[in-house]
Ligand binder design. Sequence first.
Ligand code: GLU
Length: 481
Amino acid sequence: MTVTRFAPSPTGYMHIGNLRTALYSFLIAKHDGGKFILRIEDTDRERLVEGATDIIKSTLAVTGLHYDEGPDVGGEHGPYVQSERKEIYMEYAKKLVDMGAAYYCFCTKERLEKLHEDDAVGGYDRHCRNLSKEEVEKNLRAGIPFVIRQKMPLEGVTSYKDEVFGEISMNNSELQDQILMKADGYPTYNFCHVIDDHLMGVTHVVRGSEYLTSTPKYVLLYDAFGWERPVYVHLPLLMGKNADGSVSKLSKRHGAVSFQDLVKDGYLPEAITNYIALLGWCPKQSETEFFDLEGLKAAFTIDGVSKSPAVFDFEKLLWFNSEYIHKLTDSDFTERVTPFITSEIPESINREKMLALLKTRISTLSEINSKMAFFLSLPEYEKELFLNKKNKISDFEIVKTVLTEAKSVLSSVEYFDNDTLFASLMPIAEKLAIKTGTLMWCIRIAVSGMAATPGGATEIMEVIGKCESLARIDKALGMLA
Ligand code: GLU
């Protein structure tokens, strides 16, 4: 069975790149009917951020990336938080020492700092690599603080095959005797993720390509233990567009790059998920770019993952988002957009109609406020706004006539719904021998104060109601008098 995991470090927020890793990892498992595990990698105690694990869990919940095993879900391989697995790592590190693939290092901080200063070769000089068993035992008995380091082969080459990037090889002479267990008794990421992946039965390691070149060190650990190596799937870099047209690693200066910030800006989780699925993956046979999670599960295969860097395109995400918003049902839209509304909507406004009108005219949920402002209060405008070449309005006389007629007709209309309003106003065009467009233009400008509006004159009046419509027409007549 295919088993994958998402193994984030709880460092504060869910970067889009991390979410993409979670998504791809989830999809690779689910395409095969496999298992997806969440593991929290919190052994770097200095980088911990309070509440970060909750953000991870809630993001996975909102995007539908449900894990089969993980913190608070449980499972046969728990605990799923690395800080709760400390003893396990020490046990395996000691095993590795006994097998001759790791060693105790008692070098003091001062010695290492000095080494760092006169650094010629780079890195640790393997000073403790050949301590005798007696020396090691004496030091341990004396309680001298230690770390455990991986004993890298000094020559030869270590290779592995990555499913996306192909064969990756590294000269062993370039590999540092990296620390596996730190002096504080916590393991390093380099060590514990290998132990966990093995113990949790992970078959496919899916993660960012920043780990591509350190993976030879990890496969050496698998080999030393005699464990089967997992399949590696490293994902392409995520880039952002710079102002000068160049690209660089996607970061905050390119815009909102955390899932939370995008949601706060009014992007729908399902639109974000759909968009990031395509950041580095291309469906094999598909006409469409629109995929819900079920569709992604069915279509996602590793051979569709590309190794070329993917460029995050905010314009494209915006387009996806507007498509997703437009496809919501009116009631779903109302529910989603309501938390974004910051102003009080008066009773006199037909809220339901207003939101239905705006649904197809916004690209993010937060845009609702600016788009609905003119319904709530008439913007200031100049009377010149009425003049319009296309509708052959070159002086204010015709506008005045139209509005005077409209006022008198509207005063006796009882139900301000779109159809009734339209049917009642139409005869004015005939009476004045003008086009419907000219008629509606004058009324629409008067009731909206804007050249471009969501919806036409009668739809706007349906939203703002009789009293406000007449007041706005009066105001226009006053301006034109
Ligand atoms: N904790 C690592 C990170 O957040 C996980 C890398 C991996 O998936 O192995 O980058």
